[in-house]
Ligand binder design. Structure first.
Ligand code: ADP
Length: 298
């Protein structure tokens, strides 16, 4: 399938000298796309460029037939952007607010606007609270209202910047399910930290760090490539330093009071280790440790 969005050789250096993007290239097919990276990796910079809120220094972005950097007005007509946080006036009621944004999107006919607003409030599960002031909304409700706003005008591309911070687990699941539903009809780019939901929800992903794309692909494919390379053993705190100097320990976690170390190795690292089925976290840590992906090849 043709890519919805193609990003080529995109670079951005801020005035203070920070190189936020260093010539990144990747394609975003239809569906939900996870852009994974830690704080400072360059995710928001990329999102803001895609949303036409700032310009890159170099590179091209093609959204279907639209040149994103040159044809900003056309992009804005077909794009929904959900930023990390947004300030709503707390005393405005949800329906009123959405209606206001619908007017800004150019929905001038009152009757059709009412239909659109109602459909979006129902879809984001906010119909019952449409007359509540947004100041009384929970974080999850506010995010869903953000989605409703982003969906005005049937965007082909929806950009969601680190959406789940501050949401409780139930709200997160609800919110991510809503996004993946939307991803069935449009391309959705979700920028986020590593977590289990991405593996389940995203049809494609890329790992970004220090302004570089280190790995891109489908979750199933990048995980399959790691099969046979991840080993696990329970260790004492005293044993850990020796293990870390002898092997590539990609992560440690506490399980029932014991430390479980996960090691990246082509063959068994030694007695007591069991081979484990990798998951997306293992992929992420192996890539961040420079054992896999662009940094490993370099
Ligand atoms: P992320 O969204 O992955 O946390 P950002 O794109 O916000 O990453 O930041 C990438 C890098 O650019 C970081 O080092 C950050 O400090 C820097 N940065 C972001 N915005 C600005 C700005 N307006 N001016 C200077 N540096 C910035």
């Amino acid at each position: 399938m043709t890519a919805q969005l193609s990003i080529r050789d995109l670079s951005k250096t801020y005035r203070n000298g920070t190189r936020a993007l260093r010539g990144i290239s990747f394609d975003v097919p239809p569906g939900m796309f996870g852009l994974l990276g830690r704080n400072g990796a360059g995710k928001s910079t990329l999102m803001r460029i895609l949303a036409t809120l700032q310009d890159p220094d170099e590179g091209t972005i093609q959204l279907g037939e639209i040149d994103v950097i040159r044809e900003k007005e056309r992009v804005r007509e077909t794009l929904g952007y959900l930023p990390q946080s947004f300030g709503f006036h707390p005393r405005v009621r949800a329906e009123r607010l959405l209606d206001h944004f619908a007017v800004l999107k150019g929905l001038v006919d009152a009757a059709s606007r009412r239909d659109v607003v109602e459909a979006l409030l129902r879809r984001t599960n906010l119909w019952d609270v449409r007359n509540q002031r947004v100041g009384t909304f929970s974080g999850g409700m506010r995010q869903r209202l953000g989605v409703a706003i982003a969906l005005l005008g049937n965007p082909k591309l929806i950009i969601v910047d680190e959406p789940t911070a501050g949401l409780d687990p139930e709200e997160r699941v609800r919110f991510l399910n809503l996004l993946s539903e939307i991803g069935e009809a449009s391309a959705v780019i979700l920028s986020t930290h590593i977590d289990e939901d991405v593996e389940e929800l995203c049809s494609n992903l890329a790992i970004i760090d220090r302004g570089e794309i280190l790995l891109a692909g489908t979750p199933a494919h990048v995980i399959a490539e790691l099969r046979g390379w991840i080993w696990r053993r329970s260790v004492t705190r005293e044993e850990l330093p020796a293990l870390e100097s002898a092997h590539s320990v990609i992560s440690t976690k506490l399980l029932a009071g014991k430390t479980i170390a996960q090691v990246y190795s082509e063959t068994s690292p030694g007695p007591g280790f069991e081979s484990v089925e990798p998951d997306l976290k293992d992929v992420y840590f192996a890539v961040m440790a420079g054992l896999r992906g662009a940094r490993a090849a370099a």
